[in-house]
Ligand binder design. Structure first.
Ligand code: PLP
Length: 394
């Protein structure tokens, strides 16, 4: 039994195990969105009427809510973006243009395409070199290897805090220490960490942290970039338009201080305010409790799947709410389709991590990912569905 499941109208009669792709929304978030798009709706930052002033207060309070979630010392260190993809592109374009040919950055073998392709675009623009940190046997980013690879030519290390395929959790503090030893900055892709565990950027000691709201039980179209104030201060704008300026003439434009400098155009107003409602909901339950509960479910599921000799489990035992696996001789898409017939939703494919698929030697995996609303019934349904896959494919 899960005490929160009934808060999610989208879950009725469904075993949803695809939270790593996007999380279902609790009623409080749906209601917050309805208010923010309805009775409360107005623009922000420029209205001379009360509704707009109130909306501005709510929008800026949402920024404060994100700062608190991440343990960021200063609210103005939070830049609202469309999601993690946009946040990484922002850093790659704004900071990246300050890099020069011969500078190096370090990524890892398990990165999501959003933490690979923006750096390749930068490489093609300015001629930097990209190095790829290997993984340990059980699918963690190999920080011993990272230490050996890092040199003073490295300006940035960009790692997933949690892998979206294997659920492996990075030792983020150690990654920050290693990056800083050579004078590089550390960017963490927190998409799969923030919904599953408490995160504190000050304690980790990283320089950039990014996440997407829709994976944290909030709406699509909103996410956040956190960067230390002195880093943001030194970063040039990456997009031009309204709201990011100080003074515009045809001869010259001066720019607003962060975070406005990086938020050109009308922002995702209702989405940001609703993200704050999602954070309230998640923190009302407690991320440490969510983490503990999901760990138990992952263990139950892995233990049961290990009994099936046709199932090969990938990744570490103590993954953060994510299990990737292959059923020998059955394409992951067929696994997904049969499970769907049983009312179980998983993801099958390369999960936007093709270099990781190459490393694993498979074209695709099946992935079951857990959220705060899952329980033992979902695990049992997954196992029943996999037994059916076995019966059908012999
Ligand atoms: C680890 C990781 N990074 C980045 C992303 C990209 O997130 P979005 O598509 O919301 O920008 C995802 C989404 O699947 C992810 O899991």
């Amino acid at each position: 039994m899960n005490p929160w499941r009934d808060d999610f109208p989208g879950l009725a009669g469904w075993h949803y195990l695809d939270t790593a792709a996007t999380a279902q929304k609790p009623q409080s978030v749906i209601d917050a969105m309805a208010h923010a798009l309805g009775a409360d709706y107005a623009t922000v930052h420029r209205g001379v009427y009360a509704r707009s002033a109130n909306m501005t207060l709510a929008f800026e309070a949402a920024r404060g809510r994100v700062a608190k979630l991440l343990g960021a010392p200063d609210t103005n260190e939070i830049v609202f973006v469309r999601g993690a993809t946009e946040a990484i592109n922002l850093v790659a374009q704004s900071c990246g243009n300050g890099l020069k040919a011969g500078d190096r950055i370090l990524l890892s073998q398990l990165e999501h395409h959003s933490n690979i392709v923006p750096w390749q675009l930068l490489r093609d623009r300015v001629g930097i070199e990209i190095d790829v940190c290997p993984l340990t046997e059980n699918g963690l980013i190999d920080l011993d290897a990272a230490e050996k690879m890092l040199t003073p030519a490295h300006k940035l290390v960009a790692f997933a805090h949690v892998s979206n395929v294997l659920g492996s959790v990075l030792d983020a503090k150690q990654a920050a220490k290693l990056a800083h030893q050579v004078g590089a900055k550390l960017l963490l892709d927190g998409c799969q960490a923030v919904p599953h565990m408490p995160v504190n950027v000050a304690e980790i000691g990283c320089d950039f942290y990014v996440f997407s709201g829709h994976k944290l039980y909030g709406p699509t179209g909103i996410g956040a970039l956190w960067a230390r104030a002195e880093i943001l201060d030194a970063m040039p704008p990456w997009q031009g338009g309204g709201a990011m300026i100080d003074r515009v003439t045809f001869e010259k434009t001066t720019f607003a201080p962060p975070p406005a400098r990086f938020e050109a155009g009308t922002p995702a107003i209702s989405e940001a305010i609703t993200l704050a409602a999602a954070i309230d909901y998640v923190e009302g339950i407690g991320l440490a409790d969510i983490h503990a509960r999901e760990r138990t479910l992952v263990k139950q599921a892995r233990d049961a799947m290990r009994q099936m000799n046709s199932v090969r489990l990938l990744g570490p035992e103590d993954s953060a709410g994510i299990i990737s696996f292959v059923v020998e001789g059955v394409h992951p898409h067929d696994v997904g389709t049969i499970l769907d017939e049983e009312g179980v939703a998983i993801r099958a494919g390369h999960h936007c991590a093709q270099p990781l698929m190459d490393h694993l030697g498979v074209p695709a995996t099946a992935r079951a990912s857990f959220g705060l609303y899952n329980d033992e019934d979902d695990v049992a349904a997954l196992v029943r569905g996999l037994e059916r896959v076995k019966r059908i494919f012999g």
